[in-house]
Design a binder for this molecule. Structure first.
Ligand code: PEP
Length: 257
């Protein structure tokens, strides 16, 4: 099944509003030819309205990096799915390893967020991945499959198509370290995630779910990663912070559409 490639910029806690504006201005002319790829910018909350405004007539969507699964109430410091929709977001990262490792998000909270994003009409990009210790101990698949199963249990897969969510396989040891999984390791993990989704939700569902790789993607390695059969795109931190290098990644992904 042909899945549309996706290239996503995760700015993390970077950029002021003016920097966000300049970035989008520099990015758009550089990706004019890349019509076959979905491009997303996951901006900090404060930059989100600016990214929404600047990408209104462009084939780029704006997203947030987190939200809380309740819609409103006494949750000081949190932002809800309806609030993100109201601000113009169409997608949101869920369960990034930095949320899990630094802010204590569990498989259960991540699964609630993924389900709420889907029901609110936001496209969740659900991150899963193992630590170096887990990989070395041979428990990579226990960890990753547990994370995927937890999310699946909260979804009503009979009611949604596989295009309603995206997974990102992000080995934690490869995030922001310059160390990338080999293209074969990325394919192996992502192929196994797709096979698991097939067991859980059926082949049709699994064939529609896009699964990205994340972990030190850069212009020098993106082609080999995108060439893998089950890899549908990338979630990019460091190399997405400059419009020029992110544009190179988008244009590379477009070749694999
Ligand atoms: C990320 O933050 O999701 C990520 C993959 O970061 P980097 O590209 O810097 O490894």
């Amino acid at each position: 099944m042909a899945r549309r490639p996706m290239m996503a910029a995760n700015w993390k806690m970077n950029k002021l509003i003016e920097e966000a504006r300049d970035y989008v201005e520099q990015l758009l002319p550089r990706i004019e030819g890349a019509r076959g790829v979905d491009v997303a910018i996951f901006a900090p909350f404060t930059c989100l309205p600016e990214v929404v405004r600047r990408t209104q007539d462009a084939p780029v969507v704006a997203g947030a990096q987190n939200f809380y699964h309740e819609d409103s109430g006494a949750f000081t410091g949190e932002v809800s799915a309806p609030m993100l929709r109201d601000a113009g977001a169409v997608t949101v990262i869920v369960g990034h390893s930095e949320r899990r490792e630094i802010f204590g998000e569990t498989d259960e909270t991540v699964a609630h967020k993924a389900a709420r994003a889907v029901s609110a009409g936001l496209l969740p990009v659900v991150c899963v991945g193992e630590t170096k210790e887990e990989r070395d101990a041979g428990s990579m698949w226990d960890k990753v499959s547990g994370q995927v199963r937890a999310v699946f249990e909260q979804l009503d897969a009979g009611q949604i198509g596989g295009e309603a969510l995206v997974f990102a396989y992000e080995p934690i040891w490869a995030i922001g370290t310059g160390e990338t999984a080999t293209p074969e390791d990325a394919q192996d993990a992502i192929g196994r995630i797709r096979a698991l989704l097939g067991e859980l939700g059926g082949e049709g569902f699994a064939g529609e779910v896009r699964i990205l790789y994340g972990g030190s993607i850069k212009p020098g390695n993106v082609d080999d990663i995108m060439a893998q059969e089950d890899v549908d795109g990338g979630l990019v931190g460091g190399a997405s912070l400059e419009a020029e290098s992110f544009a190179e990644l988008v244009n590379a992904a477009a070749k694999h559409g």
